[in-house]
Structures are given as C-alpha cells and as structure tokens.
Design a protein around this ligand. Structure first.
Ligand code: FPP
Length: 237
C-alpha cells in the first residue's frame, strides 16, 4: 500500500448547491466552504500531507460570475486572510498563492502579499490558495517569463515551482462521480495525479470524507507510464 500523498489539491465544488438546499444565499455556502478549509487543512497536515492546494477562484469565475457573488467572495477572502496570519503562524504553516493576483482588487493583493511574507519561514506544511487562477494561464505566464529571461525551462517560472507534483486531486460536489473534470486546475502539476470525485458538497466534506479519499489513494496503483514489469502475475509477451 502507498503512503500518504505529499501534495493534495482540492476543487471545492458545491458551495452554492449546499446553500440552496438549505434555503440560504449562495454566498452563505462560500462562508461555510471557507470555514471547512481550516478543518481539512489541519487534519491533512496531521496525517502527513505536506502541501494542500485549494482552488478558491478561477479566472473563468471572475469573468463569468455575477458581480454580487464576486463581491461577497472578495469580502470573504479579505476577512479570512486577515485572521489567517496569526493562526497559520501558530501552527507553523506557510501560505502561498497561485494565480494572476493582479486580476483581484488591490486590497486583497496587498493582504495576500503580507500573509505570504509573514508565514514564509514556517515549515510544518503549506496551504496554497489558487485564486484568479487558471492552469493554462499559469503555463502561459511561465512561458512568457522564460522567454523574457532567455531560459529554455519554463517550469522554473510556474507559480508552484517549489511544490511537489500533485499526488491526489479531490473534487467535491460532482453529480455523477464516474465523470469528472479538472476545470483548468494545475494542468502541468497534475500529470500523474489520482483524481477522487465525490457528490458530497464541499461544506459537508469533513475529516471522515477526507480519510476515505486518502484510503482510496493508498489503494490505487501508480505506474507513472511504466509497465507492471515487477508484478508477480505478469508473464510477459
Ligand atoms: C465552487 O462552488 C466554489 C467557488 C467558486 C468558491 C470557493 C471559495 C471558497 C470555499 C472560499 C475560499 C476562501 C478563502 C479564504 C480561500 P460553486 O459556487 O460553483 O457551487 P455550485 O456548483 O454548487 O454552484
């Protein structure tokens, strides 16, 4: 059986439906979702996960969501990041951001920079928040930077340059878990990631649900493109 994944990415879907199911506003689902990040982060780190990357806002969300919902999300980011510094420093966890933050209001950019710097020396684990993020856009920005620096290795310029590759991606709120999608999430880093999808809405995805995903990951066989040459039952051609 494999060990705990080092890097877990979460596509936190289902906040809106969670809220609608309870007769609440969509933004109340985002508040519940933001609180759940804390629960899962500390639990994941306690299990041995080194990096947890959560997909909080895509570039497409910024372009296509109603202004009212975006304003609620921006307010939520701003207030959560205000509390985050003290809490993450207490737990020795560093915070990083992935994405084109220039697409966000300036006060959020400043707060993000401040927490990033204040937690940069922490070494018990990493929480990465992908906001104003798109996987294709991350690659495009990295290629442009590599070109500007006359480098032939664009991977050095990815937002997540110092992160291990993604081992496991969890997608919540999937209506039919037999068919799922990445929605432009960490396209380069997910090359050999296992993908676990569940109909459970993100605010309801608790530590027990996380344990199930980790258990499934441990059971799965990862070959990284190789043949199963070492398998005892494999007779060859
Ligand atoms: C997708 O659910 C979720 C989002 C677009 C936003 C996720 C954001 C948070 C959980 C808050 C994060 C906060 C911080 C501080 C990082 P959806 O709205 O698409 O849900 P639906 O599919 O049910 O409509």
């Amino acid at each position: 059986m494999k060990s705990v994944p080092k890097h877990v990415g979460i596509i936190m879907d289902g906040n809106g439906r969670w809220a609608e199911q309870r007769g609440k506003q969509r933004w109340q689902g985002h508040i519940a979702g933001a609180e759940n990040i804390d629960n899962i982060l500390y639990h994941a780190i306690s299990l041995g996960v080194e990096t947890l990357t959560v997909y909080a806002l895509s570039l497409d969300n910024i372009e296509k969501r109603f202004d009212e919902e975006k304003q609620h999300l921006f307010r939520l980011f701003y207030s959560k990041l205000g509390y985050a510094k003290k809490k993450l420093n207490k737990e020795h966890i560093r915070l990083r951001f992935l994405g084109d933050l220039t697409k966000l209001p300036i006060h959020i950019q400043e707060r993000a920079d401040d927490v990033t710097l204040a937690t940069s020396e922490n070494n018990k684990g990493t929480l990465a928040i992908a906001m104003a993020y798109g996987g294709q856009n991350e690659i495009k920005r990295a290629v442009e930077k590599a070109y500007a620096n006359s480098s032939d290795d664009f991977t050095k310029y990815l937002d997540s340059i110092d992160f291990p590759p993604l081992d496991l991606i969890i997608r919540t709120g999937v209506q039919d878990p037999t068919i799922t999608r990445l929605s432009d999430f960490m396209l380069w880093q997910s090359a050999y990631a296992e993908i676990y999808s569940t109909p459970v809405y993100w605010p309801d995805f608790d530590c027990e649900e996380f344990n199930i995903a980790i258990h499934k990951f441990k059971e799965s066989e990862r070959k990284f493109g190789a043949v199963l040459a070492q398998r005892k039952d494999w007779g060859g051609f």
